[in-house]
Structures are given as C-alpha cells and as structure tokens.
Write a protein that binds this ligand. Structure first.
Ligand code: GAP
Length: 472
C-alpha cells in the first residue's frame, strides 16, 4: 500500500488535515476532518463499549468489574514527581551543528531518521554532519498556572492518562464500593514534546490514549497480565485488523519503562515501516504507582480485603492482635496493576491503512475504504436514483427517519455510479437506493460496499436491518 496515496485521500476526503495548515502547519499536530472525527469517535466508543461497559468474561468465566473516569489534563506537578516523569521521562537527543542542517534527532533512532542535507542519508553518515553527544530531553510540555511565570507556577500537560487514575484510586474505591479485581478506564488527550514527530500521525505531540488500570491481588497478577494481552489482541482482530499484520512482542528487560515488571507490545505492520510498530502496550506495573503516590502524598493507598478478613477473623480473638492483623498483608496491601494502554490515533491510523484498497470493477479502478461497519464514519448513504418521479421525497423521508439512530448521508448529486464510488472512498458499508420500483412496492436496494451485491428490502425493514448489520 502506498502511504502517499492514503495521506492524499485522507486530506481530499476530510479524514485528517495538518494542524494550522494555512500557516504552514505545525510539526507533530493533526486535525481530524468531518469523516476522521466520526471514525475516531467510533473507535473510542467501540473501546468504551467493549472494555468498560461490556468487557469479555474473565479467565474463569467471571464478570469483569470496570468503571470510567475523566480527569483534568493539568494536575498538581507533584503527581509527575511521584510518577517518575519529572526525573525520568526523557529521550536521548542529538543535534547537528552544521549550517543548513541544525537537525535534532533521537539518538536511538538515527538509523531510521533522515538527514536534511542532500543527498539524504541517515544523520551522521553525511560528510558534513557534526552530531553532538546525546543528552537527555524531558518530553513533558510545560506551562504556567496564573499570572506569574515562575517556578512556583510551573505545571505540565499530562503525558499519559494513567496517573489521573492512580491518584483517584481511593476516591473510586470509596465511592463505588468495588472489590478487587477491578479496572478503571480513561480516554483522553496526552501531550509529549517528541523530539522527532514522524510517520504521519503515528508519533505526534498531541494524541489520545485509551487506558485501563486493572487493579488485582498481587498473587493473581500474572493471570490478569495474560488475560489482558489476549483480550486486547482479539479486540483488534474483531475490528478488522488482519492477524498477519498484528503481533504481540514481549519487551526485553533493557526496553522496559521504569515502572514495568513486564510489557507486551501489540504491534501493527504499518506500510511505512519494515518492522511492526507499537499500537498498544500491555504493562505489568506491579505496585509501583500506588507505592510512589503513597510515599509522595503521605496518603494511604492500600486496599483492605474485607472478604478474606471475614473468613479468617476468628483466628485473632484478641482485639489488639486483630487490629494489628487487619493493618497488614494478607488483609491490607497495595494492589498490583495491569495496564493495557492503547493509542486512539495510532489505532485510527492502523484502521485507515488496513482499510485502504484499490480494485478493478469492470473497466474502472475503484478506491475503497473497507472499514469494519462499526467503525465506518457513515453507516449508510441514501440515494434517490433520479431527482424526480417522487423518488427524492421517499429518499428524504427515509434519511430523516434513519438519522435519528445512525450517521447516514443523503446524496442526490450526479450519476448513481459516481455516488457509489464517493461512498466507497468514504468507507460507507451500505448504500440504500430509492428507484422506480420503490414507488410501486415500497422496497429499496441495499448495496454492500465489499461484495457489491444488491438486495431489495421493504422500506419498513431498513432500520432493523441496519441495526442488525452494525451490532457489535
Ligand atoms: N501509561 C502508559 C503509557 O503511556 P506508552 O507506551 O508510552 O505507555 C501508550 O503509550 C500508547 O500511547 C502507545 O502504545 C501509543 O499507542 C500511544 N502513544 C504514545 N506516544 C504517542 C505519540 N507520540 N503519538 C501517538 N500515539 C502515542
């Protein structure tokens, strides 16, 4: 697949635009157009529905408890000291001193970066390259709160949504009376001052994450780590990503983030890379975050296992011994955390790459975006065959009925074949055409984007049929 063609289609059809394009753009920032915003919303909604409201059953068939959260983008800067981001969230950076270059690169990605000097090579390979020694560069965006721009007003845009969940662990526990194991989920923006944003939206400076922090008993953590790896891979395949293009990859010890005991990256083979690239990380964070926040805030972050206590309290008939026992393991402890952390923009990009196809239909080549129907920005287009003989009136009425429940599109411009092609490019799975026969027998045709097959069905059954076809 040719990435340039996909990028051109995304701009032409309104999936993705460069941010601030009329001013020359701004590196690492992107805007979603009318079709793109629907696609990305559908992705986030599918994730919320399938992971938060109706997660798959646990390893023993049990129901999984899951709740959501929506935290502020800016938090007390002490959060980021405790989490380790102020001290350690950095990448190694090298600069090129050469006039006409002055490039800035990630030291660990030199081999795959492009030197701005012509003929382009990797940085360091050109005769004129003068690379500095690597130095660490903290990726957090800084800002100031209030009128003064001094150290006391310094704050950060969050580089991950996860910390909002950890610092609210007790609030959620106390307000919702959950018992281990349970998950807290959040979808939202994150900001990273990436040294070298690249590969379209793949590495951006502003992006959205879909994260779960799943809290469990330390003894069960490996079981849940395995569960979440499996659940997350299946979710991608269910939404149309071919398993050939997906792979789980266990990170080596040297790659692990400071908080991780083990991480499996779920990787996708993007057309711009020779090796699969990270879509999501499923990390075993142990008790790292709750320990850090407990130490830094001075607040107790522990969990009390009431069920275990009620089962065993008779072992402690003395009041003092009972009090002592209740305050420590196995009854009171810091839970372990399994974190499936996905990028909404990265998955959107993978969905776009996976969907793009060109194929011959008769003498023509059509470009078709084969989105999974649940993710498709427009679910159905309503097309009157001609703009006369009562067809527009019926088509308008159908459109007005359907748009109460579905994102549908009305198109009466040009030959019907060209209208089908426009919907193919937008990835619309179904086209409903009102034709001469509709006037006679109140049926319409429903055309399937992928098979190109057309069936007739009564107008009164259209909404039910769409609902059935779009069901998760
Ligand atoms: N809380 C853990 C965490 O943030 P991460 O691996 O740094 O882990 C999780 O990020 C996911 O967020 C990645 O798998 C990726 O999908 C997305 N992501 C991270 N940095 C990104 C960037 N610069 N641009 C787009 N997406 C990014």
């Amino acid at each position: 697949m040719d990435m340039e063609k996909l990028v051109a289609l995304c701009r032409r059809r309104g999936f993705i635009f460069q941010s601030s394009e009329i001013y020359g753009g701004i590196n690492g920032f992107w805007d979603y157009g009318p079709l793109g915003v629907e696609l990305k919303r559908n992705i986030k909604e599918a994730w919320w529905q399938d992971m938060v409201r109706n997660p798959p059953p646990g390893p023993d068939g049990e129901e999984i408890a899951m709740v959501g959260l929506d935290c502020a983008l800016i938090m007390n800067p002490k959060v980021w000291e405790a989490s380790g981001h102020v001290g350690g969230f950095s990448d190694p950076m090298v600069d090129c001193k050469t006039e006409g270059c002055k490039g800035r690169f990630r030291a660990d990605q030199l081999a795959t970066s492009v030197c701005p000097l012509k003929p382009s090579r990797a940085p360091g390979q050109h005769d004129k390259c003068q690379l500095t020694e690597p130095r660490t560069f903290n990726l957090m965006f800084k800002t100031f709160i209030g009128a003064l721009e001094d150290a006391s007003a310094l704050a950060y845009l969050r580089p991950e949504t996860a910390q909002g969940i950890f610092v609210n662990f007790k609030n959620v526990l106390d307000s919702s009376r959950l018992k281990l194991p349970f998950g807290i989920a959040q979808v939202g923006k994150a900001f990273r001052n990436e040294i070298n944003p690249r590969n379209y939206t793949f590495r951006s400076r502003e992006f959205e994450q879909m994260e779960i922090e799943f809290f469990c008993h330390p003894d069960d953590s490996m079981k849940w780590y395995q569960y979440w790896r499996d659940v997350r891979i299946k979710w991608y395949t269910k939404l149309g990503i071919k398993s050939d293009n997906l792979r789980p990859r266990e990170q080596g010890k040297e790659e692990l983030a400071h908080y991780s005991i083990g991480t499996t990256d779920i990787e996708y083979l993007f057309p711009f890379a020779s090796e699969p690239q990270e879509l999501e990380g499923v990390a075993h964070r142990g008790a790292y975050d709750l320990t850090q926040h407990q130490q830094h805030s001075g607040k107790d972050m522990s969990y009390f296992d009431e069920d275990a206590w009620l089962r065993e309290k008779d072992k402690y008939p003395e009041a003092e011994a009972a009090k002592e026992a209740k305050s420590k393991p196995p009854y009171r402890f810091l839970p372990h955390v399994i974190e499936p952390s996905a990028g909404a923009d990265r998955f959107t990009l993978a969905v776009l790459c996976e969907a793009y196809a060109e194929e011959k239909v008769g003498d023509e080549t059509r470009t078709v975006m084969r989105f999974h129907p649940r993710l498709a920005p427009i679910k159905a287009a309503i097309l009157p065959l001609v703009n006369k003989e009562g067809m527009p009136e019926i088509a308008r009425k159908l459109y007005q009925d359907l748009k109460r429940d579905f994102n549908v599109f009305y198109d009466d411009k040009g030959a019907v074949g060209r209208r089908y092609r426009r919907q193919d490019e937008a990835g619309t799975p179904y086209c409903l055409t009102v034709d001469g026969q509709t006037i006679q027998d109140h049926t319409v045709t429903i055309r399937d984007r992928d098979s190109l097959k057309q069936e007739r069905l009564p107008l009164a059954e259209v909404a039910g049929k769409l609902r059935e076809l779009l069901r998760p």
